[in-house]
Design a protein around this ligand. Structure first.
Ligand code: SF4
Length: 337
């Protein structure tokens, strides 16, 4: 594994057991997270991006389990660790920020106590005073006055709670922060400030951030690279510049065309037809074929490989396969992007 890669996810599969059968919420996904980058993971709700985020920490919801793949984090295969070893990795190595940090903060513990206890749990050599000092310095760096630390989670705004979670990751010197829909509950101004803060922290602390969001506009603001998921599979990965300037996958093209902007009247916005498929009975071949304006015969029969289409871009689409390629459709797709 190259030194520039902090986390290499290989062929990861996560399944849920439901009454109706097995749902494969993440299906053979491979992805590299590079040191010091902000990587945006986007896709419609239900595409598996949050399940993937939790799987990276081996945290699962209810009956989900990882049924295949490797999780190579900073040289260690996390799948080879026992579950009792994982809490040391969570928090200390990989920090988490969820949409609603109330679920991660103890409602009957002051913010100061929460931060101090967590720091001491991971760094027992520190004195309580040193842990308090570290907590105070970091929350101040993140724009929260230290007096507020004596308050309880419900007394802080949503934006402040997000910042407390990030300060905790920084206090523990986490190498990776996974932020799952961190700005969904924030208003536009607080969201913009939060995204600026992420960028500053990335630059100041060399933090690596996986930003999971359904909002491709958020990705455009701060991300260095983008990974687009569709129906439990990876559709496209590339630098933000390449993906926004020249999206290859028809799904990415549709996502980008449906983002509101000041030049397009609301009624003229592109609407992607159809609905994402059921993961209980996903379509054969390319999962996007029932909605894809460029679908060819092969698309409903065989799944395309996930392969490079440029120096830094990978895509899973038959349009870019050398053999059997339909040049006229490719030309249309290229113009469409
Ligand atoms: Fe569309 Fe076929 Fe490409 Fe799938 S493989 S995105 S159906 S052209």
């Amino acid at each position: 594994m190259s030194d520039s890669i902090l986390y290499s996810i290989k062929n990861l599969t996560v399944e849920y057991e439901t009454r109706a059968g097995i749902v494969r919420a993440v299906d053979g996904v491979s992805l590299d997270i590079r040191r010091g980058e902000i990587l945006g993971l986007v896709g419609e709700s239900g595409c598996g991006k949050s399940t993937l985020g939790k799987a990276l920490m081996r945290l699962h919801d209810g009956p989900a389990s990882i049924t295949g793949g490797e999780l190579l984090f900073n040289g260690t295969d996390l799948m080879k660790l026992s579950l009792s070893e994982m809490p040391k990795v969570r928090g200390a190595e990989i920090g988490m920020v969820f949409q609603d940090p109330m679920t991660s903060l103890n409602p009957v513990q002051s913010i100061m106590d929460h931060l101090t206890e967590t720091i001491l749990a991971h760094e027992s050599h520190l004195s309580r005073g040193a842990a308090r000092e570290r907590a105070e310095e970091l929350v101040e760096r993140l724009g929260i006055r230290r007096e507020r630390l004596k308050e309880y989670p419900h007394q802080l705004s949503g934006g402040m709670r997000q910042r407390v979670m990030i300060s905790l990751a920084l206090a523990l010197r986490a190498k990776l922060v996974i932020a799952d829909e961190p700005t969904t509950s924030l208003d536009v101004i607080v969201e913009a400030k939060f995204l600026d803060l992420l960028k500053e922290l990335q630059q100041e602390f060399g933090l690596t951030i996986l930003l999971i969001t359904h909002n491709i506009g958020v990705v455009a603001e701060v991300c260095d690279r983008v990974a687009v998921m569709y129906a439990a599979k990876m559709a496209e990965v590339g630098t933000a510049f390449d993906v926004f300037a020249d999206p290859k996958h028809p799904y990415t093209q549709g996502l980008l065309k449906s983002v509101p902007n000041i030049e397009t009247a609301k009624e003229d916005l592109y609407k992607m037809g159809g609905e994402p498929p059921s993961l209980l009975h996903p379509p054969l071949g390319c999962r996007f074929h029932p909605r894809c304006p460029f679908a060819m015969e092969i698309c409903s029969i065989k799944e395309p490989d996930f392969r490079p289409v440029g120096e830094e871009q990978l895509v899973s689409c038959w349009l870019y396969e050398k053999e059997g390629i339909d040049e006229s459709l490719l030309a249309k797709a290229v113009n469409n992007g």
